[in-house]
Design a protein around this ligand. Structure first.
Ligand code: NDP
Ligand code: GDR
Length: 373
C-alpha cells in the first residue's frame, strides 16, 4: 500500500525538500497551500504533477492553519498515514510585529490539527510530526542544548512554538497518539526565505557584487547559531516517524558560528576579503581585496555592510548550540553537509540569480529593487 503524507507549509523551505524526499520514498504527498493573490508555489513547481494525469502522487489543497473546518475536511479526504506540521509564521522578528497572528497559526494551528485528527478518530492511524525549534531554549540555561535542557522562549514566535511543543506531548500522553517534536536548530539552503539572516547575506552580497544593491544592512552580527542544511534535517523529520515509539529529538550539527563569520565566508565565495571596522552601530565591512570575476561591480575600499538598529530584536537569542547525540545514537542520523559547503551552494545560486537580473536590467527589462528586511 502506498503511504500517504500530508504536509502543512509545503510551499516553504522545509516543505519543499520534505515533499521531494517523500516522493523519492514512494509516498503519495499532499500539501496544504494558502490562497494568495499571486502564485506562491515556486519551491514545489518542479515536482508539481498535473492532477489530470493518472497516478499523480503530488497534490495540493487550499487551506490555512487558522481554519479548523478546512483542516478537518482535508484530513478526512486525504486520510494520511503521516502528518508533518511545518506550516508557521516562522520569522522571529516578524512575530514581534504580529504576535497574535503568530500565536493563532503556530500555537492554535497545531492544536487544530491534533484535535481534527482526534475528532476524526484517526489518532491511532495517523502519525504526527511537529516542527519545534531551538528558539524554545532562547535565554539558554545549559550549553550545548539537549532534549532535557529547560526552555526560556524569547519571542512571541518561540512562546507560540512552546505551546505547540507541549500540546503535541500532551496528545501523545493523553490519547496515545504517535506524535513527536523535532527540536530543530537553524537550517538553511538556497530555498531559505530571503529575510532570514543567511539568505539575506548570500543574496545581498551577490546583488552587491553585480551592482544591483549598494550595501547590506544588518542587525546583531555577534549572534551565534548552529546552522545545518535543510536537506539533512528533513530526512530526520521522516526518520522520527518511523520508530516503534514516538519521542522528541534535538536536530543540530553541534558546531556554532557567528553571523559575522557567515558574512566573511559568503564574501570569500565571491572572491572578496572583508575587513570589519568600528564597533557597535558604527561597525562596517569594507572590501580588502578581490580575486576572480564574481564581483565585477566592486572595488577595494567599498563598504558592503553596515549596522542598522532596525534589525535588532526587542529580546535577542544571542547563542544557540545543539547536542544531536540522541539523534545520532538512537536513529543513526548525522548531518552530511557542512555549513561551509551550504554557504558555497547558497552563494552560487544567488550569484546565478543576480547575473540573470543584471542582464535584464542592462537590457531595460527590469529596474533593480533593493529589497531588504
Ligand atoms: P518557511 O517560512 O520557509 O515556510 C513556512 C510555511 O508555512 C510556508 O509554506 C507558509 O506558506 C506556511 N504558512 C504560513 N502561515 C500559514 C498559515 N496560516 N496556514 C498554513 N500555512 C502557513 O519555514 P521553514 O520551511 O524554514 O520552516 C518549517 C517549519 O519549521 C516552521 O514551522 C518553522 O517555524 C520551523 N522551524 C524552522 C527552522 C529553520 O531553521 N528553518 C528551525 C526550527 C523550526 P506561504 O508559502 O504561503 O508563506
Ligand atoms: P532565527 O533566524 O531568528 O534564529 O530563527 P534568523 O536567520 O532570522 O536570525 C538569526 C540571527 O541573526 C541575527 N541577525 C539578523 N537576522 C535577520 N533575519 N536579519 C538581519 O538583518 C539580521 N542581522 C542579524 C538575528 O538577530 C538572529 O540572532 C530561525 C527561523 O527559521 C525560525 O523559524 C526557527 O525556529 C529558528 O531559526 C531555529
Amino acid at each position: 500500500m502506498t503511504k500517504k503524507a500530508l504536509i502543512t507549509g509545503i510551499t516553504g523551505q522545509d516543505g519543499s525538500y520534505l515533499a521531494e524526499f517523500l516522493l523519492e520514498q514512494g509516498y503519495e504527498v499532499h500539501g496544504i497551500k494558502r490562497r494568495a493573490s499571486s502564485f506562491n508555489t515556486q519551491r514545489v513547481d518542479h515536482i508539481f504533477e498535473d492532477p489530470h494525469t493518472d497516478n499523480a502522487r503530488f497534490m495540493l489543497h487550499y487551506g490555512d492553519l487558522t481554519d479548523s473546518s478546512n483542516l478537518t475536511r482535508i484530513l478526512q479526504e486525504v486520510q494520511p498515514d503521516e502528518v508533518y506540521n511545518l506550516g508557521a509564521q516562522s520569522h522571529v522578528a516578524v512575530s514581534f510585529e504580529s504576535p497574535e497572528y503568530t500565536a493563532d497559526v503556530d500555537a492554535m494551528g497545531t492544536l487544530r490539527l491534533l484535535e481534527a485528527i482526534r475528532f476524526l478518530g484517526m489518532e491511532k492511524k495517523t502519525r504526527f510530526y511537529q516542527a519545534s525549534t531551538s528558539e524554545l531554549y532562547g535565554l539558554v540555561q545549559e550549553t550545548p542544548q539537549r532534549e532535557t535542557t529547560p526552555f526560556h522562549p524569547r519571542s512571541p514566535y518561540a512562546v507560540a512554538k512552546m505551546y505547540a511543543y507541549w500540546i503535541t506531548v500532551n496528545y501523545r500522553e493523553a490519547y496515545g497518539m504517535y506524535a513527536c517534536n523535532g527540536i530543530l536548530f537553524n537550517h538553511e539552503s538556497p530555498r531559505r526565505g530571503e529575510t532570514f539572516v543567511t539568505r539575506k547575506i548570500t543574496r545581498g552580497l551577490a546583488n552587491i557584487a553585480q551592482g544591483l544593491e549598494p550595501c547590506l544592512y544588518m542587525g546583531n552580527i555577534d549572534a551565534l547559531r548552529d546552522w545545518g542544511h535543510a536537506k539533512d534535517y528533513v530526512r530526520m523529520q521522516w526518520m522520527m516517524l518511523q520508530q516503534d515509539t514516538p519521542e522528541d529529538f534535538v536536530i543540530a550539527t553541534g558546531v556554532q558560528y557567528s553571523v559575522r563569520q557567515f558574512i566573511q565566508w559568503s564574501a570569500q565565495e565571491l572572491g572578496i576579503t572583508l575587513r570589519f571596522e568600528g564597533e557597535g552601530l558604527t561597525e562596517q565591512a569594507i572590501v580588502d581585496s578581490i580575486s576572480g570575476d564574481s564581483a565585477p561591480a566592486l572595488k577595494v575600499g567599498d563598504v558592503v555592510m553596515r549596522i542598522d538598529p532596525r534589525y535588532f530584536r526587542p529580546a535577542e537569542v544571542e547563542t544557540l548550540l545543539g547536542d544531536p547525540t540522541k539523534a545520532k545514537e538512537k536513529l543513526g542520523w548525522v548531518p552530511e553537509i557542512t555549513v561551509q559547503e551550504m554557504c558555497a551552494e547558497m552563494v552560487t545560486e544567488d550569484l546565478k540569480a543576480a547575473r540573470r537580473q543584471r542582464v535584464l536590467v542592462d537590457h531595460g527589462y527590469q529596474t533593480p529593487v533593493a529589497r531588504e528586511d
